[in-house]
Design a protein. Sequence first.
Length: 307
Amino acid sequence: MQIYRKAAEYAKWCKGKWVAVEILRCSAFLRVLCGFAVRFRQLPALPYPLLACLATGWIVSCAGPPITGTPRVRQAVLVHGFAETGSSFNMMKERLEKRGITCYVAHLKPSDGRGGLEAIAERLKRDIDTELGPDTRIAVISFSMGGLVSRYYLQNLGGARRCDIFITIASPHHGTKTAWLYPSKGAAQMRPGSQFIADLDKTADHLGKMPVVSYRTPMDMVIVPPSSSIWDRAENLEFRVAFHPLMLTSNDVLSDIERHLTLPPNSPAAYDAGLASSSTFTDATPRAAKPSRSATPTVTSMIRPRM
């Protein structure tokens, strides 16, 4: 229990209250996950205090560096992961909306994948069309299981026609071994070698020339192996973030997402979108600014489609 008290104390120091919430959630999830993993011999027995310290020791600030440019889109759809409600996106939502990008946080139901990921994707499409209308241009930002659900929506349900950029964060594009720990149909579809993932790979060309970015951490204990987040169709970026859920609160990850959602100031694309004269971004650090030492991104593969 001492580790939870320590995490609560960190909340007073953090600028964003949702960082502390995520830390507490990480610690609890680690205890459950490691217990299952050791029991079924999927992972070696590791000292829980060491793992909990990893989960609680990576504290980030809610305030990000100022970004130069104008929003690529005015509307983003945020798609959460397995057994979540979308509250993990609170920090990202706050930051993006300060920069002029309105965020709609989708609620995947059932969030544990019962009934299959196809049914969840169909509901996601209905919710987006109902909330935003059928023609509004969007960016889709998805976390973990949400990345596979979003791929089905974009590739097989026509979502790619309205999407300007697709970003996945710690998503199991090639499956994850931890999906063997849960019995739902959706979990089975997230296992390595599943027919669902094979079918998604066959329709990846339906994304057309859409820019796609995939973020991952080599320290991920939910996406196993972490390299499963590498997707040939995407620009793949690696950040050394301590644990899976903290990818959504890492300042370095969030800042890089903001850069990908930003058009250069006074660029032809910005003028074509009618945004150049109404930028809500602050003139400051250029794209080539040196990242912090704690989370230097590594590009493992890159496809930069022409806009």
